[in-house]
Design a protein around this ligand. Structure first.
Ligand code: ACO
Length: 322
């Protein structure tokens, strides 16, 4: 059996950052309200004509460079997004073309904010099955394009960005060795109405806008995330103390604090980017991961627990040794 080892990471944020004070000029909100309820201070927004594939491509290039790998060595691209450039083809194929690697498999995964966790699980299974050796996994979003900028309850929460990792197949030498230890995926479509986009090619033939019942999402998020992080630990016979870094989905600092508290993890072990990025959906976990890798906090051999929850609902976790 093969194991998926992380050998590189990259990230990209659009140049323009919008601070809370700027939003309070166009909608009835304030920096105090947003920071107190969410921890968010600013978010990045893609420029006119800058697409999800552009963000993804930049993150992918950096991930490949840090892995010391040429794009031609890849044999699969898996891209998580809920905001593809177009309804089809998959944004992964646009990135593939820009990387100049025609012919290899490339497809999108759609699990909204849990997208990167789902994409990692898919890539990991390709590697474990012996079908792929070098896989590029990307989370990229331009949520600014599906926000109702008049809805203060949602538009203050999200941002655009991309993160990527390169996974390489190596012979499995057990959980003491580097690589993905386990992946855990869940969904419950009964909760559709709590978080969805009111448009789509088959229903309204429009792109639509994000709609959310924030309080209900919050309530489900804390329960589902507590469940899935425990599931990941139990599956590996580990206690929470074994976690070197919690790399959570960056939706809301209060949700993250709740998960860390349940695990009895000190704040120093939690990677937080929500303040600077807002919620970048499928990009949030790889953006946080890359930040902690590039600033030297996460080092080879560290145990990292990644988790996310999003529309659907979907939720999941990946436990790995970096
Ligand atoms: N600025 C000022 N006031 C606001 C704003 C705003 N941006 N947004 C809402 N309000 C007002 C509401 O209108 C309401 O006013 P009212 O009492 O006069 O009716 C008041 O603030 C309280 O609103 P609530 O929705 O009850 O506020 P709550 O404390 O639940 O916080 C929030 C809202 C931040 C959205 C919270 O519910 C939350 O974080 N939920 C999780 C949502 C989330 O993270 N979604 C991301 C996708 S899923 C995921 O990634 C986990």
């Amino acid at each position: 059996m093969m194991k998926s080892v992380f050998i590189g990471s990259g990230a990209y944020l659009p140049q323009r950052a919008i601070a809370n004070d700027e939003l309070s000029k166009t909608i009835d909100t304030s920096d105090e309200w947003i920071v107190a309820r969410t921890g968010i201070r600013r978010r990045h927004v893609a420029a006119e004509g800058e697409f999800t594939s552009d963000l993804a491509y930049e993150a992918a290039k950096e991930a490949l460079a840090s892995a010391g790998m040429k794009a031609s060595e890849l044999d699969l691209i898996v891209l998580a997004t809920a905001t593809p450039d177009e309804t089809f083809p998959a944004t992964a194929t646009v990135v593939q073309t820009r990387l100049g690697v025609a012919g290899i498999g490339a497809f999108d995964v759609q699990a909204v904010c849990t997208g990167f966790i789902y994409a990692l699980a898919v890539a990991n299974n390709f590697i474990k099955a012996g079908q792929s050796r070098n896989v590029l996994v990307i989370g990229a979003e331009t949520f600014s394009r599906i926000l109702d900028w008049q809805d203060r309850a949602t538009c203050v929460l999200f941002g655009d960005g991309a993160g990527a990792v390169v996974l390489r197949a190596e012979p499995d030498q057990g959980n003491g060795a580097r690589g993905i230890m386990s992946t855990h995926l869940h969904a419950d479509g009964q909760h559709h109405d709590m978080l969805y986009v009111d448009g789509g090619p088959s229903s309204t033939r429009t792109t639509g806008h994000l709609r959310m019942k924030g309080k209900e999402v919050f309530r489900h998020a804390v329960v589902n995330l507590a469940q899935v992080v425990n599931e990941a630990l139990q599956a590996n016979d580990l206690e929470a103390e074994a976690i070197d870094w919690l790399v959570p989905h960056q939706a809301n600092k209060r949700i993250i604090d709740h998960t860390a508290k349940k695990l009895k993890l000190p704040p120093e072990k939690v990677v937080l980017t929500v303040e600077e990025h807002g919620n970048t959906s499928a990009a949030s976990v790889p953006l946080a991961l890359h930040e902690a890798v590039s600033d030297g906090r996460i080092t080879p051999g560290d145990v990292i627990l990644m988790e996310a929850m999003g529309g659907g609902f979907t939720w999941g976790a990946v436990l790995a040794r970096w």
